[in-house]
Ligand binder design. Structure first.
Ligand code: HEC
Length: 285
């Protein structure tokens, strides 16, 4: 026998090492997938806060919230957003222009600083009344998983009440990206290369209704495909098809996950005008 192990022993040893490695990779992946909150500042990762740190370094409270998705009062176990973000903001909240919320499925809504001025934000990590961190949407009863974190809000005392924007109540949150005016510039939409106010309005409408799910040339949400790379969507589809799609994607593909303009504009005329402005912006890129 030339080798102590023999070929069979060596093979088993290799399998053992490989299994050990993949277990290690799996373990660290589970850790960051399940309970850590990534903090980015102006496009640079600055911290990864574990659940243990979140609950020991901040005061945990159990508070009632008027949940607009479930349309009822729900008690959540929370820490204040303000206390979590404070260590990362040198000169106070005025340093920030917006906070981009990073969700596990690629949804990237942007909260302008006015949201933080009008509402007290909290990071929820559990429900008081259920072991299961999920809720049932009032619209269709569908269960929505909230873990690892869910952003919940209360109007600030003494401030005029602003309507909640749906993106404020983001679930499956895995990170928060704080942006100063300089950082936010890198995150803005490309300018239309031609055209005038029609395209400008289209750009603003795209930012409001599409940017949280779609990127343009790598910048933006990642729920849906990038609409410019490698080939612009406007070159692959006819304008008629695009307009129908943008207005009501479920009328063309029943299981589409896209939220069309129909939800924000029940009025057909207003919806058409918004869709046409968005398309003229996309056509001018
Ligand atoms: C909630 C997320 C979400 C929002 C908001 C959203 N989309 Fe989508 N979009 C998707 C997803 C996901 C797809 C992929 C197909 C599917 O699942 O139906 C898609 C597909 C598309 C496509 C086809 C792309 C391709 O390469 O085939 C276009 C064009 C498009 N969206 C444009 C828009 C525009 C314009 C808006 C804003 C009015 C918008 N979307 C808003 C999620 C979204």
């Amino acid at each position: 026998m030339s080798c102590f192990f023999g070929m069979e022993g060596f093979r088993l040893f290799t399998i053992f090492i490989l299994a050990l490695c993949s277990w290690q990779v799996g373990a660290s992946k589970i850790h960051s997938d399940v309970d850590s909150l990534k903090i980015r500042k102006d496009h640079v990762d600055v911290a990864e806060i574990s659940l243990a740190d979140l609950v020991t370094k901040n005061t945990v409270q159990i508070l009632p919230f008027e949940d607009p998705i479930a349309k009822k009062k729900i008690w959540y176990k929370v820490v204040s957003l303000d206390s979590v973000l404070r260590p990362f903001i040198k000169s106070g909240p005025s340093e920030l222009t917006l906070v981009e919320v990073i969700c596990a499925d690629g949804y990237r809504p942007q909260l302008p600083i006015s949201v933080l001025e009008h509402f007290d934000g909290y990071i929820a990590m559990a429900r008081e009344d259920r072991a299961h961190f999920a809720l049932n949407r009032s619209k269709d009863g569908r269960e929505i998983k909230l873990a690892p974190y869910y952003l919940v809000w209360k109007p600030k005392k003494g401030r005029p009440f602003l309507k909640y924007s749906p993106s404020q109540w983001s679930y499956q949150v895995v990170g928060l990206h704080l942006m100063s005016a300089v950082g936010a510039q890198k995150n803005t939409l490309p300018e239309a290369k031609k055209g005038g106010s029609f395209e400008q309005e289209g750009k603003a409408l795209f930012a409001k209704h599409c940017f949280s799910c779609h990127a343009l040339d790598g910048v933006g949400g990642q729920v849906g495909p990038d609409l410019l790379k490698p080939l612009p969507a406007t070159e692959r589809y006819s304008s008629d098809w695009l307009e129908r799609w943008i207005n009501d994607p479920q009328s063309l593909r029943a299981d589409s996950k896209m939220v069309g303009l129909k939800q924000s504009y029940p009025d057909v005329k207003k919806r058409r005008s918004a869709a046409q402005k968005i398309l003229s912006y996309l056509n001018a890129l």
